[in-house]
Write a protein that binds this ligand. Structure first.
Ligand code: 13P
Ligand code: SF4
Length: 354
């Protein structure tokens, strides 16, 4: 198995330079332009929680959707718009195209990738799967269409635990890729026989156990919310482990006042809306002797902004295309997840650990 080593994953986006600063007038002009273009183009904007607050706001105000990757896929699939504009990272745009070949799928930037996707090149992964023909191949949605096409199941963090439980109950052995932390977490909770591909998310991998413990000592009343792409030791300190949607719900539904949040800081926009009276604290990414490369904000999510959103709506550039043969195979594994999700009340990842 040959994943791309962490040091070789390029973090090409400098978050500051990719996040333009607008004057109030520029911003309001851009937003009006985008709203008009969305209407003219019969387009709907679907944004991930990690994208800039401006984009999330425009999606909300125009009948679009802000959500986790499972719900982004579901929403785009069910919405009648002719064009879906996906503000997020490339695999999210590809998933929209896989599910909606008849629709035009645009993205503000095609450069926005994901370290998990990079760490799992299709050819190497195919060779790995061939060596383990007795295993059911379950891949995280954060992968290319080509990798999805060679898998049995596609899952997101919102449904991974349920799918693996289901397969484990049927006695199936699993080959999981690419996020090793999420895979290990699922292995621990389900007790399933899982072979892991060693990919990581550069954002979540940086949350530090020791620094988090120190923060917990300072805020002993706080509940700790952790996305399962985080390292095992960080997950062990969590009160709630779950998808982005699950973590937002926790801030609203739990009676506690304070929360320490270990996921991309883009999530605070929705968390503050969901729980305006709660205290939300960022989990530390820098421990002793460590450096942070992403500092809790995905450099690729940060490539999406109002300017490039307006630009693609005006020009029709940055359309997502997926080879039809690949799409059909990737659809088989992706549709399986959506059908499975429909059949059950989605028991999102999020068991109480503490
Ligand atoms: P969610 O499906 O929980 O939104 O996660 C997607 C992702 O990329 C997290 O890093
Ligand atoms: Fe990928 Fe991590 Fe960015 Fe999510 S936060 S898109 S997993 S690099």
């Amino acid at each position: 198995m040959q994943p791309v080593p962490l040091k070789d994953i390029p973090i090409t986006a400098d978050i500051e330079s990719r996040s333009p600063h607008y004057t109030a007038d520029e911003k309001s002009n851009l937003i009006s332009r985008i709203k008009k273009l969305l209407q003219e183009q019969e387009a709907v904007l679907v944004a991930h929680y990690y994208t800039a607050a401006d984009l999330q706001m425009v999606a909300d105000e125009t009948g679009g959707h802000v959500s986790d990757s499972l719900d982004m896929a579901r929403f785009g699939n069910e919405h009648p718009a002719k064009t879906i504009v996906v503000a997020g990272v490339r695999f999210m745009g590809e998933t929209a195209k896989i599910l909606n070949p008849e629709k035009r799928v645009l993205m503000p930037t095609l450069e926005a990738t994901c370290s998990l996707d990079i760490s799992c090149p299709a050819e190497e992964f195919k060779a790995f799967c061939k060596k383990h023909p007795d295993r059911t191949v379950v891949v995280y949605a954060n992968t290319s269409a080509e990798v999805k096409a060679i898998s049995d199941w596609v899952v997101t963090s919102g449904i991974a635990l349920d799918v693996v439980n289901h397969l484990h109950e049927k006695g199936e052995k699993i080959l999981w890729a690419p996020d090793k932390h999420l895979g290990r977490y699922i292995q621990k909770v389900t007790n399933a026989d899982i072979l892991l591909w060693p990919g990581i998310c550069v954002v979540h991998d940086e949350f530090k156990e020791r620094a988090l413990r120190q923060l917990i000592d300072l805020h002993p009343e706080a509940k700790v919310l952790v996305h399962p792409e985080s390292p095992e030791k960080v997950i062990e300190l969590a009160h709630v482990v779950g998808s982005t949607t699950r973590l937002i719900k926790a801030t609203k539904e739990l009676p506690d006042k304070e929360f320490i949040v270990a996921t991309d800081k883009g999530i605070f926009y929705k968390m503050k809306q969901a729980a305006p009276d709660k205290i939300l604290i960022e989990s530390p990414t820098v421990g002793e002797g460590a450096t942070c490369r992403s500092c809790a904000h995905c450099p690729w999510m940060a490539m999406n902004n109002l300017q490039n959103l307006a630009y693609v709506l005006e020009t029709g550039e940055n359309e997502i295309h997926v080879d039809e043969a690949v799409r059909k195979e990737a659809l088989r594994a992706t549709q399986r997840m959506l059908d499975f999700a429909k059949k059950q009340t989605v028991n999102v990842l999020g068991q109480s650990n503490a």
